[in-house]
Design a protein around this ligand. Structure first.
Ligand code: KG4
Ligand code: ZN
Length: 343
């Protein structure tokens, strides 16, 4: 069985086809970074319009690459896929509408079922696309531009949220700190690069909420401390690098402490790290070291699967179609705000 997956929740148009026998058979990704860069952040209206421009050519490309022709199906011939999965939330409502409308229209014309997928479930399952794949149960640290979540994933579809950010997401904190220092959008990878030449001990930024019990996060206080340090410094390249390195160190320390606490609390023997910030090298190194010390396994998807993509939606859709039957779900509304544990 084959599933077409469509991701359009923010500023990436991602499409892919997952085949139950052959795995990922085709994938395409278009990033709108250049479009939004001049505004210093995602402009939702422009994002929606650009998804409309890009989505059908990308779908045509993956259909051709998958060896099953184009979206045009002649009468009597089989549909190019057996189901269509799309991101139904959380995300920008206009951007989500583009993916949902195209998914449902194509599925209607092909006579195949559709399924709305939770964007963060896509991220959570993305490490399963590559060997060695983690086995359930595991702890998931999901760190993206919109979310920071610690999840106990007991089985496919059985997720319990252990902790989440009470304010900014980690990626958002990276992006805002980078913007403050004049780095281009999206700032996370630029700030991480700049941190390489800085001293992580130059500034003693707070490690938010680590002394309080519990597994929630808060990054707004850290953001304020960085702002104060930035205002007070001479803004040389070396100041920038030191602030970037010290900020990254504070974030990585905080995430490590919470992951360690969550491992103790749940007894899980494996951690999966996903979402855009999962591409951060300092975070990867630190969590790999923690895994070594505690005898747990750690799994990171390759960087291209950490950030938004269609492959994770095609795969998440295929799993749900496989488990629940290839039928169209009864609920069909978009869910721009959707808790991961309320599927
Ligand atoms: O998962 P994602 O592609 O989109 C959302 O669902 O939000 O995550 C994007 C976020 C952005 O905030 C970006 O700056 C951050 O991930 N990011 C990074 C790195 N690469 C991407 N943050 C820190 N270090 C990186 N290497
Ligand atoms: Zn994402």
């Amino acid at each position: 069985m084959r599933v077409l997956g469509i991701e359009s929740s923010c500023d990436e148009t991602g499409v892919a086809i997952y085949d139950g026998e052959h795995g990922l058979v085709a994938q395409e990704l278009y990033s709108q970074i250049e479009l939004h860069a001049r505004y210093g952040g995602v402009v939702p209206e422009l994002a929606s319009r650009d998804h409309i421009r890009k989505i059908l050519p990308l779908i045509d490309k993956v259909l051709r690459d998958s060896g099953r022709g184009t979206h045009r199906v002649s009468p009597g011939s089989p549909p190019p896929v057996d189901g269509v999965a799309y991101t139904a939330g959380p995300g920008l409502v206009g951007a989500l509408l583009v993916g949902a409308t195209v998914a449902r229209s194509l599925a209607y014309s092909w006579g195949v079922p559709t399924l709305g997928i939770h964007h963060m479930e896509g991220h959570l399952l993305s490490p399963l696309l590559e060997p060695p794949a983690p086995a359930f149960p595991f702890l998931a640290l999901l760190v993206s531009g919109g979310h920071t979540l610690l999840v106990s994933a007991k089985a496919h579809g059985d997720y319990r949220i252990l902790g989440q950010s009470l304010d900014d997401a980690v990626g958002e904190a990276f992006d805002k700190t980078a913007k403050l220092m004049g780095l281009p959008y999206p700032g996370g990878p630029h700030l991480a690069r700049m941190a390489n030449s800085g001293n992580p001990k130059a500034y003693e930024f707070p490690r938010p909420m680590v002394r309080k019990p519990g597994l929630d996060f808060s990054f707004s206080g850290l953001k304020t401390s960085v702002l104060l340090a930035w205002k007070a410094c001479a803004k040389t390249e070396s100041d920038k690098a030191d602030i970037a390195a010290s900020f990254q160190e504070a974030v990585v320390d905080t995430l490590e402490i919470k992951v360690q606490r969550a491992l103790q609390q749940t007894g899980h023997g494996a951690v999966v790290v996903a979402g855009g910030v999962g591409a951060n090298v300092a975070l990867r190194e630190r969590l790999s070291a923690l895994a070594g010390e505690t005898g747990t396994e750690v799994f990171f998807p390759s960087p291209r699967l950490c950030t938004d993509n269609g492959a994770m939606i095609a795969y998440a859709g295929w799993l749900r179609f496989r488990d629940n039957g290839f039928t169209t779900e009864k609920r069909s509304q978009l869910r721009p705000r959707w808790p991961l544990d309320k599927y």
